[in-house]
Design a protein around this ligand. Structure first.
Ligand code: ATP
Ligand code: MG
Length: 433
């Protein structure tokens, strides 16, 4: 191998090189292109390697046994080599963008430079051949050195063709901690309204990548400053965010990206219902949505009970009730989040703040002491309760089971059949009285 890839899996590099060589042997030009070349120069892990070639899709298909016609009309064939998949795309230009988001037509061309010209940013318009020779017609290497995101060509036009590029621009600036070239920024602000044409799913994908990166605050600042999020299909008002609270976001590791989103929503003053609606519109999955809103629900319950409860034991019981209502994951997440938020951001009285501090200090221990989280873990079934009290089922039964769960969870009764029976009898007798 001539080219020493330092950021790519060695076997993937070798297999992709064989694809390039095979194309070259048959008289076609072939290059690694785009993100993989950029990431290698940046010293960032290369996850996949895209290939661009002068061969037509049919010619590519004829040369490789194991391939999938992924998007023939766009010139893309996926070639499988040694268990790796490589997208091999014929040199092409794009034209006639519809709705500011997708080209209605592509034309295959013979010059790599024309292909690179259709790409979004100079750092993504880089190609490298098997000898390691770079094709860099737009100064991508210089921009990478200067840490700049710069459009290929006129930013206003390029963002006008495909509005998603504006969010990719912010994402790259945020993840790489790059600045945005002046004209690129101006083009972005000029074209921000076009973001209304982009499906929220694609908006979310870019935002999620940005939020998982090492500098999400930088990206958020760019979004707030450009007011871009006010123009997407499910808009968000930049002015509602508490900037101090947002600072907590980067202390949460990128592995906890959902917790970062929770922090963002908390900083935006979203309650559980508002957050649920927003996340739905932003096409988050049910699972992601409930993970995030669960924490906001804990926040609501805790801030309410610290206003009321004075005694330590009452605080403990209320915490446990909150955990039963929202789930252990949400309680855990809430606690983890507290560690990263600035102190006293809630604007509570001295006294209430002290109670909240107590909750934060002891809650983990209280949580560990909870013997049961769900009704089905109780050593008594609904059926057994019915037999015991000799009553017909009804809503009362659910309430009673919840009561048993609560009493067991806070430790007032043990999770033993006899103890639970005794409590059922006691409650039944109370009811009769
Ligand atoms: P990453 O994979 O890290 O998200 P990437 O730059 O590789 O970043 P891909 O979506 O994998 O992004 O696209 C591969 C290449 O295709 C890019 O490097 C760029 O050259 C080109 N490209 C992708 N999306 C666009 C777009 N919206 N407009 C123009 N060119 C694009
Ligand atoms: Mg990529």
């Amino acid at each position: 191998m001539v080219v020493q890839w330092t950021q790519a899996d060695a076997e993937m590099a070798k297999q992709s090189e064989r694809v390039l060589t095979q194309l070259n042997t048959h008289g076609f030009e072939a290059y690694w292109v785009g993100g993989c070349v950029r990431d290698e120069l940046l010293g960032r892990a290369v996850d996949d390697m895209d290939i661009t070639t002068s061969a037509s899709p049919e010619q590519v298909m004829a040369l490789f046994e194991d391939c999938i016609p992924t998007g023939l009309q766009h010139g893309t064939v996926t070639v499988r080599a040694g268990g790796y998949y490589f997208e091999v795309t014929t040199f092409r230009t794009e034209s006639d963008y519809r709705d500011n988001r997708r080209p209605a037509a592509v034309q295959f061309v013979q010059d790599i430079k024309e292909d690179l010209q259709r790409r979004d940013f100079t750092m993504n318009a880089l190609a490298m051949d098997v000898n390691g020779t770079l094709v860099d017609p737009f100064g991508g290497q210089t921009d990478i050195k200067q840490e700049l995101v710069r459009c290929v060509g006129l930013a206003v036009e390029r963002f006008g063709e495909d509005a998603l590029r504006m969010l990719r621009c912010v994402r790259f600036a945020s993840v790489f901690n790059f600045r945005i070239a002046y004209n690129t920024w101006k083009g972005f602000v000029h074209q921000r309204e076009l973001l209304q044409h982009i499906a929220m799913e694609r908006v979310r994908t870019e935002m999620v990548k940005m939020m998982a990166g090492p500098h999400p605050l930088k990206g958020l600042e760019l979004l707030f400053r450009s007011r871009a999020l006010e123009y997407v299909k499910a808009p968000v008002d930049s002015s509602r965010f508490n900037k101090d609270l947002l600072a907590g976001l980067e202390h949460l590791s990128g592995d906890h990206v959902l917790l970062r989103w929770t922090c963002l929503l908390l900083a935006g003053g979203y309650n559980r219902e508002e957050a649920d609606k927003l996340l739905r519109n932003w096409t988050f999955s049910n699972e992601q949505r409930s993970r995030i809103t669960g924490v906001l629900q804990v926040e609501q319950l805790v801030t309410a009970f610290v206003e009321q409860d004075e005694e330590d034991n009452k605080l403990r019981e209320s915490w446990i009730e909150s955990e039963l209502a929202c789930g252990a994951q949400a309680a855990d997440d809430w606690l983890m989040l507290q560690e990263e938020l600035p102190k006293r951001w809630r604007d509570l009285s001295e006294q209430v703040e002290a109670r909240l501090a107590k909750v934060q200090a002891f809650a983990a221990g209280w949580s560990r002491s909870i013997p049961v989280h769900e009704i089905k873990e109780l050593e008594i079934t609904g059926e057994q309760v019915l037999q015991l009290v000799d009553r017909k089922g009804g809503p009362w039964l659910g309430q009673l089971m919840k009561h048993l769960l609560r009493e067991t969870a806070v430790g007032n009764i043990t999770n033993q059949h006899e103890a639970l029976r005794a409590e059922v009898r006691r409650v039944a007798a109370d009811d009769q009285a």
